[in-house]
Ligand binder design. Structure first.
Ligand code: HEM
Length: 264
């Protein structure tokens, strides 16, 4: 027996004892290289353990619980609306990131640089009109899908105990979806955007006591300016994506842990 201290991250001896195919050798060499530096095997074990623990707590799906295997409940397609919202969100995020390569949030010039960048996307950029349309359509499909998903959850009673928390997260998500829509609507800095912005400022100013402060914070003043467009842009491409993505992940994570509510 060797008296050398055993290094549990050294798998070389074990590898030499077996005849391995070149694919296996490459896989194990990469795994060992990573494991020596990052101890990934230990972390993978922790993840595996967590996976089993979480699954042990998972309630049965309603198909299992109510033995619905061979029945088709004709409202089932409406249970896809949450996933449909997620897909619309991902399409909007990808097309939006690509639009970001060409859009510039500047109010300088007449027409403004922002408006000119939209004209460039629509008339000169190859497939630019397609990219912008994809972004607008996916955004609008998302608003509709989220709203219909909320109706589905309401009419199947899926908001009841123990799913209240996910209902509340849902309320925040539908609000964020609408703020996404509003901030995006202002970005082309055309007539529609400008007057929608004006309405936003006036609505903020109408809030009792905090009105002026809210207008200043959200619109950068009481009249529309470069500060307004810059704020809308950063909200649209930075704050909202981070918060919304995190909340969607938590929302779906909770559905995964709780299982779908049974039909009532
Ligand atoms: C960005 C918006 C949203 C996304 C991406 C989303 C995504 C999802 C997904 C994928 C599910 C799984 C079941 C299904 O698809 O029907 C789900 C379930 C659920 N959602 Fe949403 N959702 C959103 C907004 C909302 C809103 C606005 C509400 C309500 C105010 C809500 C409340 C719930 C509840 C309570 C469940 C559990 C339903 C059950 O167990 O049957 N969600 N959501």
């Amino acid at each position: 027996m060797s008296l050398e201290p055993k290094d549990e991250h050294d798998h070389k001896g074990w590898m030499q004892e077996r005849d391995l195919t070149p694919v296996e050798t490459t896989y194990l060499t990469v795994l060992m290289w990573l494991d020596k530096r990052l101890r990934i095997v230990d972390y993978l074990e922790i993840l595996e353990d967590l996976y089993y623990k979480v699954n042990m707590q998972m309630p049965k799906s309603h198909t299992e619980q109510y033995n619905l295997d061979n029945k088709f409940w004709y409202w089932y397609p409406l249970y896809a609306l949450g996933s449909f919202s997620t897909i619309a969100y991902v399409v909007a995020a990808i097309s939006g990131a690509l639009l970001g390569f060409y859009y510039s949030p500047a109010t300088t010039g007449d027409p403004s640089t922002a408006y000119n960048s939209i004209t460039f996307i629509m008339t000169e950029l190859r497939f630019g009109f397609f990219l912008r349309s994809l972004h607008r359509w996916s955004a609008q499909v998302m608003v509709a899908a989220v709203f219909l998903h909320m109706l589905r959850v309401y009419f199947t009673g899926a908001y009841k105990e123990p799913r209240e928390l996910n209902w509340i997260i849902g309320i925040v998500l539908i609000s964020l979806t609408m703020v996404f829509g509003y901030t995006g609507y202002l970005l082309p800095w055309d007539q529609l955007a400008f007057w929608a912005g004006q309405i936003g400022v006036e609505m903020s100013l109408s809030i009792p006591l905090a009105g002026e402060w809210v207008a200043q914070l959200l619109f950068g003043g009481f009249t529309l300016s470069q500060s307004t467009l810059q704020r809308m842009y950063i909200l649209h491409v930075f704050f909202l994506p981070f918060i919304t993505t995190a909340l969607i992940a938590i929302h779906i994570g909770i559905v995964w842990m709780q299982g779908i509510a049974e039909p009532h």
